[in-house]
Design a protein around this ligand. Structure first.
Ligand code: HEM
Ligand SMILES: CC(C)=CCC/C(C)=C/CC/C(C)=C/COP(=O)(O)OP(=O)(O)O
Length: 320
């Protein structure tokens, strides 16, 4: 992947201004809406999906059900950590989020929460999650959790997202670490099966996100963010979607022989939903390359369903 931008990003609106640092902290709708705004800052849908990639690896690592206490701690610590990472991302990205239509109703651009309060909230969540993981899991899991928050906010959000078309690729590392966190919390080490599942989530993020970025490419252009579909040719985006969709499915199938005791309860759904995933990716790429109207959100929505079915199948297989 090249570090250079293939085509200049539209600068119609110029760089987003870091202008919203003086908003008030009180929401007009009372405590209910304030509470809701703080929850929204944590990007709860993404947190939920991250947990779906954390707990099944714990079951594969334990070859059955790990202690319910450990599951509860990792669920809570993982939710708080992913929430912290997202809140701090919302704080750093408040200038971008107010320019993009998709994000301008978020709590910071809509001035429901002040930037300072959001930052304090994010840092408190990060501290509590780290303390929880350090007290009740092990050092590898704790360091991976803390490292993921730092990587997402400092490496991806603050730096790569704004500067390179490779942002999604490198950002994908912290999106896939919950698999490793779950596994290492149980065994203290990482096995080839853990890395195969890490590869699944890592590769999956490219079709997941490029589909969305195709739909919102005008938004990203307005905010001057060099997401691949904004700056690269349709051919290049298609190549990456197809390459990473195939790698996702291949990695998911590689996990079958690599994970001890995993059988057809995992392999059959993995093959089935993998085939549908590939069909959706090829349909999108074919329509785009022919210059026909595309429906990228079909692949985007299917991507989350795919990942859920795959990881639930892994959990069920580990349990029976
Ligand atoms: C490079 C990595 C990733 C990028 C750039 C990315 C980007 C995005 C964006 C921009 C959205 C839309 C959020 C909104 O509605 O405002 C989204 C939604 C979502 N993402 Fe990702 N994402 C990435 C990785 C992940 C990972 C690792 C997971 C979980 C395993 C995940 C799960 C989700 C879910 C569940 C949604 C909501 C889908 C829905 O509302 O139907 N994403 N993602
Ligand atoms: C365990 C742990 C702490 C994990 C944290 C990792 C995490 C929250 C990953 C999400 C992946 C990601 C790059 C999302 C896109 O953010 P974006 O800023 O591009 O999305 P946006 O445009 O919707 O704000």
């Amino acid at each position: 992947m090249s570090m250079v931008t293939e085509r200049p990003v539209s600068t119609a609106a110029g760089s987003p201004a870091r202008a919203n640092g003086t908003s008030g902290s009180t929401a007009p709708g009372g405590w209910g809406s304030v509470l809701r705004a703080y929850v929204m800052l944590t990007k709860p849908r993404i947190v939920e999906q991250l947990l779906i990639t954390t707990v099944p690896p714990m079951m594969l690592a334990a070859r059955g059900l790990p202690s319910l206490w450990l599951i509860a701690v990792v669920l809570l610590g993982g939710s708080l950590a992913a929430g912290a990472a997202s809140v701090i991302n919302c704080y750093i990205d408040r200038d971008i989020d107010q320019v993009m239509r998709r994000t301008k109703r978020r709590p910071l651009p809509s001035h429901t929460v002040s930037p300072r309060n959001a930052l304090v909230f994010g840092l408190v969540l990060a501290a509590v999650s780290t303390a929880l993981m350090a007290t009740f899991t092990n050092w590898p899991a704790t360091l991976l959790t803390l490292g993921s928050i730092a990587y997402y906010d400092l490496v991806y959000t603050l730096w790569l997202k704004r500067t390179t078309t490779q942002n999604t690729f490198w950002g994908g590392i912290c999106g896939a670490t919950p698999v490793l966190i779950g596994w290492v919390a149980v065994t203290g080490t990482l096995s080839p099966a853990a890395w195969a599942l890490f590869a699944v989530v890592f590769c999956w993020q490219m079709p997941h996100f490029y589909a969305l970025a195709i739909k919102y490419s005008a938004d990203y252009a307005r905010a001057n963010i060099p997401m691949l579909p904004v700056v690269a040719s349709v051919r290049r985006v298609n190549t990456e979607i197809l390459l990473f969709s195939w790698l996702t499915v291949l990695a998911s199938l590689a996990a079958w022989p690599l994970a001890a005791g995993v059988g057809l309860i995992y392999a059959v759904p993995a093959g089935t939903v993998g085939a549908i995933f590939l069909v959706e990716a090829h349909l999108l790429a074919r329509r785009a390359s022919r210059g026909e109207a595309v429906r990228p959100m079909r692949l985007f929505h299917w991507s989350t369903t795919y990942l859920t079915i795959l990881f639930v199948a892994a959990a069920v297989d580990a349990l029976v």
